[in-house]
Design a protein around this ligand. Sequence first.
Ligand SMILES: C[S@@+](CC[C@H](N)C(=O)[O-])C[C@H]1O[C@@H](n2cnc3c(N)ncnc32)[C@H](O)[C@@H]1O
Length: 308
Amino acid sequence: MKIEVLLTETEICQEFSEALEARDLPEKFFYWSPLSVDAWLAVSRDVAYESHLHSWNLLVGDIEKIAGRYESAVAVVSLGAGDGGKDVLLLKALDKASLDVEYFPVDASQALLELACAAAEDAEIDTLGMKADISSPMHLLLASDASEQPKLFLLTGSTLGGLDPLDQVRHIAHCMHEKDCLIVDAEIQDGSALPSRDNPPGRRFAFSPLASLGLTREDGDVRFELKRDDRHEGLHLITRHFHAARDLNIAAPQREIMLQRGERVSLNFNYTYSPDAFRWLLTTHGRLQILEEVSSPDGRFMTALCSR
Ligand SMILES: C[S@@+](CC[C@H](N)C(=O)[O-])C[C@H]1O[C@@H](n2cnc3c(N)ncnc32)[C@H](O)[C@@H]1O
């Protein structure tokens, strides 16, 4: 298994402690510790995630629409690849469509990256994992330089929604060349977005970075909220906060952090969109062209194939 490291464990440790000190833990720390990885895999295999997989299968089932854009070879660069389970379905379909396929899963989580590399290697696909921060424009540029072949970038499983989507779409568009495509998905804002997260597996996932530091439910609780992002009509987000129920002295890597009773720590968030806001984000804001759109049968997810 080959993994190139642009983001080291020491850097992640340091960033984690700084983020906790600032009372604001971003998305990448929710897949880092063994407890978090375990909690995420449970979420991704939960019934609430099935609609996601359904829309992915629809896309992969119509592989010619994607494969037909490449001549003989494609380098698949999966940004936030997770365990690579969904990616491998696509890789196998591209391979079957007679393309030479190379795979570059990119993720900050060493454990998930190893799973993605192993899954692709089992399918006999040439693979190089990249441990990197996909919110860093520099790391994105380095990842997009991984191969000379035309690229298919993937940003799926609502990964865009865990980052600032306005910044992220522009950074990715900047890395794309004329023959490259991007597959990106979004969760549509409807009544099911909050209940699909505010449930036992979703709460365990949200609490997992703090549980990894030894905190228990007696130390505080996680609260979910639905908000709007006023930068554009139709942009919504589900936020999560930890509320300390008592004074806490947390042993974080390299430092101790005091949280007073009643203090809040912002946890990760997920953007959800109206269909028009998602189209606006990709086209007007990101200056990409939408070539195909696939909606899940229940309308909860929208996946777009884009080019520059
Ligand atoms: C919601 S999961 C989606 C995984 C996969 N693409 C899927 O469809 O199931 C988000 C993935 O992005 C990774 N991730 C989140 N923020 C990241 C960051 N800033 N840099 C690198 N990876 C990140 C996480 O480790 C996780 O594997």
